[in-house]
Design a protein around this ligand. Sequence first.
Ligand code: AP5
Length: 214
Amino acid sequence: MAKWVFLGPPGAGKGTQARRLSIERQALHLSTGDLLREGMEAGSEVGQQARSFMEAGELVPDDVILDLVFWRLGQEEKDPDVIFDGFPRTVGQAEGLDQRLMEVGDAVTRVIEFTLADDLIVNRVAGRLICRKCGANFHRDFLPPKRVGVCNQCGSAALYQRDDDRPEAVRRRLEVYHETTEPLHTYYERQGKLVQLAADDDVDVIFGRLKACL
Ligand code: AP5
């Protein structure tokens, strides 16, 4: 089964595209950011460990992330197609994933690197709205909900802004991306698995490009 990795800076649209693709291909959408936020909401140990890192825009330690990802994969009865969204983010995580997949005779299929200029990222993240109930994702200007404050998908009035979408946390997330996550470009390029996807267009256009990359 396919194992796709979505790599790219915060706000590049990885989650938006991963959600669409997971529905169309019936693939597991495994977002480490979503899993960590669910853990924080539920007050789990992982959530408590992650909170201070996330609020500051720093990465959560590799051992916490790898345990979380392998735990989530272990919940599946069959081996599904998987979209890894926002994971791996360090070379250590990428090596951990390669090792784990190798142990079961599998490997990463393809890595899609979403590219977007930093100034566009700040606009996208600043306008993001998320539904607390179903996780659907909107943007005040680019992808507005039909009714202000109300989720199109589940109808609840629970749209909110993430704590780490504050300007200072976004700046730090971008720095961390350039310093720590960008080296994965070379890591996967050497494996011949990297495809770049220009993410500076309409959501539907990007979805078409994404499918051509897979
Ligand atoms: P995470 O939740 O993974 O956040 P991220 O990678 O920073 O990515 P985002 O969710 O901000 O952006 P996205 O690319 O998914 O964009 P989206 O589709 O939402 O991680 C958060 C934190 O958790 C990290 O900082 C870290 O602390 C921790 N963490 C997570 N994983 C970790 C790991 N592996 N290791 C260590 N720590 C980890 O789109 C953004 C906005 O733009 C939305 O409003 C959307 O509607 C809009 N939009 C999307 N596409 C378009 C378009 N084409 N045109 C216009 N608007 C668009």
